[in-house]
Design a protein around this ligand. Structure first.
Ligand SMILES: Cc1cc2nc3c(=O)[nH]c(=O)nc-3n(C[C@H](O)[C@H](O)[C@H](O)COP(=O)(O)OP(=O)(O)OC[C@H]3O[C@@H](n4cnc5c(N)ncnc54)[C@H](O)[C@@H]3O)c2cc1C
Length: 368
C-alpha cells in the first residue's frame, strides 16, 4: 500500500463516523477492516425479510442531540422502544424490576403493601439502587431487596461474567436498580431511540459513501502499512504486541435458530437469569417489526475470551486491567501520529452513541 494520508483501522460505527467527518473536512481517507463486512458489532443483514443483528441485539438510544442529528443524515429511524422481559419464578416480567414486575410476582395483598412502602420511602418514578432498599430499616423492603438481588441480578451476573458471588465487585451490586414506576421501557430516560429503518449496515454504508473514502475489507492492519496519520479502533494491546500483557475481555457465543412459526417470545429480548446456560434470547423480527411466518432467534452464551478463537466483547474492568490499560495509554501518548478510539482502542464499554460522541470530540480536538 502506498503512503496513505489518513488510515483508519476498523469499519465499525467509530471508524465509519470518523471517516465521514474527515472526508467532509477535505481529507482523503482509507478505511480497512479485517472482516468481510462493514459496521463492526452493529452489522445486520436481511434473511428472507427479517433483519438479523449478527452480534446480538443493538438498539440505538441517546440523549445526545448532536449524535442523533449526525446519524440521522444517513438513515431514517423506525421508532422502536426497547422492552426487556426476564423469566423469574416462571413469569416473564419487566426488567429492570419495576412496579409491574412486583405485581406480577407477589400475591396481590403483598404487592400492594410493598408498593405502598416503596412509594412512601422513595416517591413515584424513582430509580433506587438495591443497596438503598436494604438500608430503609423496613423488613418488607429488605426482603424485596434480597429477592431482586437473588432472582434478577445474582444468577444473571454469575453467567455473564463467570464469577463466584464473592468475586462480584460490591460497587456493581449497589447499582442494581429498582424502579418505583410502571414504565416498562428499558431506555426510558433517553429522548432519542430507534433502529435505522434499513438497518445499521445500510446506515454505515451511506456514511462511507463519499468520494474521498476508500473502503478495504478482508484487510487486517499490518505494521508495514505507511500512513501520515493512523486512527486505530482495534485492540490497543494487540497494536503494541501485548507488550505489557493481555487486556481481559468477556466474550459471547451467538447460537442462531429459525423456527417455522411467527413468534417465539413476547419482547425482542428476554433475559434468562436462572434457567439454561444462555443469558438472553433475541427475537430479531421485533426491531423493525418485520412480518414473516418464520422467526429468527439468537441465544447469547457468555464465555471466556480466547485470542484467535472468539471475539472481544466486554472489557473486564477491575484495578488490574485499569493499571494495565494505563500503561498502554502512556505508550500510546508517545506516538504523535496515532490515535486510539472506539471500544477496543479505548478499552471501554461504549454504547453506540458514546462511540460516535467520542469521534465528534476527537474531530474537534484535531481541528484546533
Ligand atoms: C452483545 C452486544 C450488544 C450491544 N448492544 C448495544 C445496544 O443495544 N446499544 C448500543 O448503543 N450499543 C450496544 N453495544 C455496543 C456497540 O456494539 C458498540 O458501541 C460499537 O460496536 C462500537 O463500535 P466500534 O466501531 O468502536 O467497535 P466495533 O464495532 O467492534 O468495530 C471495530 C472494527 O475494527 C475491526 N478491527 C479490529 N482490529 C482490526 C485490525 N487489526 N485490522 C483491521 N480491522 C480491525 C473489527 O473487525 C471491527 O469491525 C453492544 C455491544 C455488544 C458486545
Amino acid at each position: 500500500m502506498a503512503s496513505i494520508k489518513n488510515l483508519i483501522v476498523g469499519c465499525g460505527i467509530s471508524g465509519a463516523s470518523l471517516a465521514r467527518k474527515l472526508a467532509e473536512a477535505g481529507e482523503q481517507v482509507v478505511i480497512i477492516d479485517a472482516k468481510d463486512h462493514i459496521a463492526g458489532n452493529c452489522h445486520d443483514y436481511n434473511d428472507n425479510g427479517i433483519m438479523v443483528q449478527k452480534y446480538g441485539a443493538h438498539i440505538f438510544h441517546t440523549n445526545d442531540k448532536e449524535v442523533w442529528d449526525f446519524l440521522s443524515r444517513f438513515t431514517d429511524w423506525y421508532p422502536y422502544q426497547h422492552k426487556v422481559l426476564g423469566l423469574i419464578d416462571g413469569q416473564f416480567v419487566p426488567i429492570p424490576f419495576n412496579l409491574n414486575s412486583l405485581h406480577a410476582l407477589f400475591p396481590g395483598f403483598m404487592a400492594d403493601e410493598l408498593e405502598k412502602r416503596l412509594l412512601e420511602n422513595f416517591g413515584l418514578n424513582k430509580k433506587i439502587p438495591i443497596l438503598q432498599l436494604r438500608k430503609t430499616g423496613n423488613k418488607d423492603l429488605e426482603m424485596l431487596a434480597d429477592y431482586i438481588y437473588e432472582k434478577v441480578f445474582l444468577q444473571y451476573t454469575l453467567k455473564q461474567w463467570g464469577l463466584a458471588p464473592d468475586q462480584i465487585d460490591p460497587n456493581v451490586t449497589e447499582r442494581v436498580p429498582v424502579y418505583t414506576g410502571r414504565d416498562n421501557r428499558y431506555f426510558a430516560a433517553d429522548k432519542y431511540q430507534g433502529i435505522p429503518a434499513e438497518g445499521f449496515t445500510e446506515m454505515v454504508r451511506k456514511m462511507l459513501d463519499h468520494n474521498d473514502i476508500q473502503v478495504k475489507l478482508n484487510t487486517p492492519f499490518d505494521k508495514t502499512m505507511e500512513y501520515k496519520q493512523l486512527f486505530y479502533t482495534g485492540a490497543i494491546d494487540e497494536f503494541f504486541d501485548y507488550f505489557w500483557g493481555e487486556l481481559p475481555y468477556r466474550s459471547l457465543r451467538f447460537q442462531f435458530a429459525q423456527y417455522n412459526f411467527p413468534k417465539f417470545q413476547q419482547s425482542a429480548v428476554v433475559n434468562w437469569p436462572c434457567n439454561y446456560d444462555w443469558t438472553k434470547s433475541d427475537e430479531h423480527k421485533y426491531f423493525l417489526n418485520d412480518q414473516s411466518d418464520k422467526t429468527i432467534i439468537s441465544y447469547e452464551y457468555p464465555e471466556a475470551f480466547q485470542r484467535g478463537v472468539n471475539e472481544r466483547y466486554y472489557p473486564i474492568q477491575n484495578d488490574e486491567s485499569a493499571s494495565l490499560y494505563s500503561k498502554y495509554l502512556e505508550q500510546a501518548k508517545s506516538l504523535k501520529n496515532v490515535h486510539f478510539l472506539g471500544r477496543l482502542g479505548d478499552y471501554k464499554y461504549y454504547d453506540m452513541d458514546k462511540a460516535v460522541a467520542r469521534v465528534l470530540e476527537l474531530v474537534k480536538e484535531i481541528a484546533k
